[in-house]
Design a binder for this molecule. Structure first.
Ligand SMILES: *[C@@H]1O[C@H](CO)[C@@H](O)[C@H](O)[C@H]1NC(C)=O
Ligand SMILES: *[C@@H]1O[C@H](CO)[C@@H](O)[C@H](O)[C@H]1NC(C)=O
Ligand SMILES: *[C@@H]1O[C@H](CO)[C@@H](O)[C@H](O)[C@H]1NC(C)=O
Ligand SMILES: *[C@@H]1O[C@H](CO)[C@@H](O)[C@H](O)[C@H]1NC(C)=O
Ligand SMILES: *[C@@H]1O[C@H](CO)[C@@H](O)[C@H](O)[C@H]1NC(C)=O
Ligand SMILES: *[C@@H]1O[C@H](CO)[C@@H](O)[C@H](O)[C@H]1NC(C)=O
Length: 353
């Protein structure tokens, strides 16, 4: 009971205090502000419902927890600058109307913080309010990545960086159909100037199926009217695996093209004719005039890259209809491929019966 009475008396005091200020009728109005780095900001501060005489309006800034006064407005309208903000500050209020608003141009990250607007009144003393000023910095967005050699182990395929933003930017990847095979990992670094760099990596095993797939990084930030959309194309190197030899014309072929599935494209193509002289070729193209049946036979295209080589077989028979027989086999198994091609030919002959 005694405790309750004590509490009540405390409440009573508190209420009386509130009532007092309400009788005096002070009301100080300030607005928190958010500004883009380099921009101008207005700090609004207005004392209302007072009959008191105001001697000064003082603006302070909290620096490392200690307030320091940087701007003083006297009742005769004269202003006084102090400390770091110097003459950047401009009084835009009206002393007679108890309007202490100021303008701060060219805001830097150092200008971020808590400002205090103080009205020095007589006889009540200081009436003040805190105004928080937040300086925002837009991020610089960038996507980086490198070429990977196809493998089964996860690597960082690409990184999306939103650097030196305040507050931290939101960074995400749009993966489309790849979102089941790739995953993301985000980390952020806080800089001493108050900005934050966010990095979102995209991880996955660099399989050949990812090669040339397009993904997109999206950077969102309050300072950006439009989110940043940064495209990236995955590049995976993989050895040659499949050769296709296709005629330039299905019935009247005179030229055959050796097509290889690999990345990068083959550095060399070698055409040979089995049991014959070097055929006429240029890069991945083999030339066989259809009139010359003496050029009939078995041809092999071997394509090489720094990751390996692969060969394909072509059977040319210009006496009947030109025929293409292909297969894939690695160069060390050329003989097997040759047998397969002969088998193709035989089975084709058999199907005529
Ligand atoms: C900021 O203020 C300065 C001078 O006070 C003025 O020259 C400039 O145009 C203002 N900038 C913006 C974006 O309002
Ligand atoms: C305010 O100042 C005026 C003129 O100096 C004076 O007449 C008045 O009494 C002052 N009011 C208070 C509340 O001190
Ligand atoms: C105080 O002054 C500023 C700048 O002139 C003005 O924009 C603002 O509306 C004024 N505030 C009040 C409450 O009159
Ligand atoms: C203003 O902020 C300072 C520190 O940031 C704090 O000590 C003080 O109590 C605050 N005053 C008001 C009226 O909120
Ligand atoms: C992939 O995207 C689809 C459609 O947007 C979504 O339903 C699914 O949950 C996503 N999967 C992953 C692993 O994010
Ligand atoms: C190549 O020559 C060898 C020996 O002369 C022969 O056995 C083989 O059948 C020939 N191959 C082709 C495809 O003509």
């Amino acid at each position: 009971m005694h405790g309750n009475a004590f509490d009540l008396s405390l409440y009573g005091l508190f209420l009386i205090h509130l009532k007092c200020s309400s009788i005096a009728g002070f009301k100080i109005i300030g607005h928190d502000s958010t500004v883009m780095k380099g921009g101008n900001t207005t700090l609004f501060c207005h004392l209302t419902e007072t009959e008191e005489n105001i001697t000064h309006i003082i603006w302070q800034k909290q620096t490392k927890g200690n307030p320091h006064s940087f701007f003083i407005i006297h009742n005769d309208g004269k202003t006084e600058h102090r400390k770091d903000l110097q003459d950047k500050v401009k009084f835009i209020g009206n002393f007679k109307e108890n309007n202490g608003s100021i303008q701060l141009p060219g805001m830097s990250l150092l200008d971020d913080g808590i400002y205090t607007c103080i009205f020095n009144t007589f006889p009540s003393g200081q009436i003040l309010t805190n105004i928080s000023v937040t300086v925002h910095v837009p991020p610089a967005g960038k996507v980086t990545g490198s070429t990977h050699v196809s493998d089964h182990y996860d690597v960082t395929l690409a990184s999306c960086v939103a650097s030196n933003a305040r507050p931290a930017a939101e960074v995400l990847w749009r993966l489309g159909a790849l979102n089941d095979s790739l995953r993301t990992e985000t980390s952020s670094t806080q800089h001493s100037d108050g900005t934050v760099t966010v990095v979102t990596n995209i991880l996955g095993a660099p399989s050949k199926h990812l090669n040339q797939k397009k993904i997109q990084c999206v950077v969102k930030h309050s300072t950006l009217t439009k989110q940043l959309e940064l495209d990236y194309v995955i590049n995976v190197h993989y050895p040659p695996e499949v050769v296709k030899i296709i005629p330039d014309d299905p019935t009247e072929a005179e030229e055959y093209h050796c097509l290889v599935d690999c990345n990068p494209t083959p550095t060399s193509y070698i055409w040979i004719r089995v049991n014959g002289s070097t055929p006429h070729s240029e890069g991945n193209k083999l030339f066989i005039p259809k009139s010359s049946s003496d050029l009939n036979g078995v041809y092999i295209c071997t394509a090489s890259t720094e990751y390996g080589s692969v060969s394909g077989v072509l059977y040319v028979d210009n006496t009947g209809s030109a025929d293409v027989c292909q297969d894939l086999f690695i160069s060390s198994c050329a003989i097997l491929g040759l047998l397969w091609c002969l088998f193709c030919t035989v089975s084709r002959v058999l199907t005529f019966y």
